[in-house]
Design a protein. Structure first.
Length: 399
């Protein structure tokens, strides 16, 4: 039985991971869960899966969870604080860690899982974007394995049979993007876009921050950076196409001109189950694929596959990501930090949708593009960028 620690258990990645584990209780056991503050969301998970440890960053939430669980006489250990979440990532009973805490906030626990030499199912692209080669170097040092569960990167991994995408065999990588909810919306109305509109993704069910990033295509920009790092390819070899149905998740073009494409339903259970099987195989289990209770994809019902070039006027965030990748690791860190601040301001009503990209662009003009030399350097630079980005976003009357 393989032990699994689930970081970000109450989010969308957590829900999909639990759906897979539910179908394969004979192979995997959920030994630990972590969340920032959603103790109500953890209750049914604890009741169903009976993990040994639960980590909550928020102390009040942990107190509420203890009170709720006392009525059920459960023996689960509840730990509190950010250090507790990091500790869960290195838990000896967990051979596999699902890094599902979104944003830069997930970096400490992702780093801890890597440093502990775990099989790390990486959903947190921001951790890799911000820390870059430092995280990859730590994985090599500790003997950890990073298995991407972003649908696009997992698709590349499958088409390339691993992370070996060197130029002797692979010519290019193409990631697809649905285009989000505003692919056809008139540009002159973008100033009036509301958070609820931006969070209505046409094909995926995701959290609010990543939904906004998908609307601006910043999420695809972060994925371009992640792909460059994971598969060791320059920005010029990584392409993006708009593909509205999200049926083809990625394509790998080989040096002989052939292209392998990964098709599948728009359900995160698919990449998660593949990565779990890969992790299990590395741990001595003979697993290639995990069956899933999902409807088969019908290409006949779909009727066709459409692809379009990205309109950079409509989606300037994608070009900023390419610019940052070409500039250097420090610029990638700044891109992510400024974007998180700008998106949070938009979701809170303190900024307009049309403030997001200009804020990030202004930050990049003065960002230190050199590679951070340590994790302390990463955190210090991130904090500096966030302060600068907030200064560019004065609260305004949006009514």
């Amino acid at each position: 039985m393989i032990g699994v620690a689930l970081l970000g258990a109450t989010g969308s990645i957590g829900a999909s991971t639990l759906a897979v584990l539910r179908q394969h209780r004979d192979k995997f056991r959920l030994v630990a869960v972590a969340s920032r503050a959603d103790w109500q969301g953890l209750l049914p998970i604890i009741t169903e899966f009976e993990p040994d440890i639960c980590a909550l960053e928020d102390a009040d939430a942990a107190t509420s969870l203890r009170g709720a669980l006392s009525r059920h006489h459960t023996h689960i250990r509840i730990e509190t604080g950010s250090d507790a979440v990091t500790a869960v990532a290195g838990l000896s009973a967990a051979q596999v860690v699902v890094a599902g805490i979104s944003g830069f906030a997930g970096l400490p626990s992702t780093w801890a899982a890597v440093a502990a030499g775990k099989q790390v199912l990486l959903a947190n692209k921001e951790a890799l974007v911000a820390s870059g080669t430092l995280l990859l170097a730590e994985a090599r040092r500790a003997g950890a394995r990073l298995l991407p569960i972003d649908s696009e990167h997992n698709a590349v991994y499958q088409c390339a049979n691993g992370v070996n995408c060197n130029a002797s065999r692979v010519r290019a990588i193409t990631l697809t993007a649905s285009g989000g909810p505003f692919r056809n919306r008139p540009l002159d109305t973008f100033h009036a876009i509301t958070p609820d509109e931006a969070c209505k993704h046409p094909t995926w069910s995701m959290g609010r921050k990543i939904s906004v990033d998908s609307a601006t295509l910043m999420n695809k920009g972060l994925e371009v950076i992640e792909a460059a790092l994971l598969f060791n390819r320059p920005a010029s070899d990584i392409h993006v196409l708009i593909h509205p149905t999200s049926t083809v998740h990625a394509m790998v073009e080989y040096v002989d001109g052939s292209i392998l494409a990964h098709l599948g339903p728009a359900d995160m259970q698919v990449p998660i189950s593949h990565a779990l099987a890969e992790a299990a195989s590395a741990l001595g289990e003979t697993l290639e694929r995990l069956p899933l209770n999902l409807p088969s994809l019908s290409l006949a019902a779909l009727g066709g596959l459409q692809f379009f070039d990205v309109d950079m006027q409509r989606f300037p965030a994608l070009q900023l990501a390419y610019d940052a990748l070409n500039a250097g690791q420090g610029a990638c860190l700044a891109l992510n930090a400024a974007n998180e601040v700008a998106v949070a301001a938009f979701l809170s009503g303190a900024a307009r949708y049309t403030d997001i990209v200009p804020t990030v662009e202004k930050i990049l003009t003065s960002a230190d593009a050199s590679a951070p030399t340590s994790m302390d350097d990463v955190f210090a630079r991130d904090a500096d960028v966030r302060r600068a980005a907030r200064a560019l976003l004065p609260e305004r009357e949006l009514a």
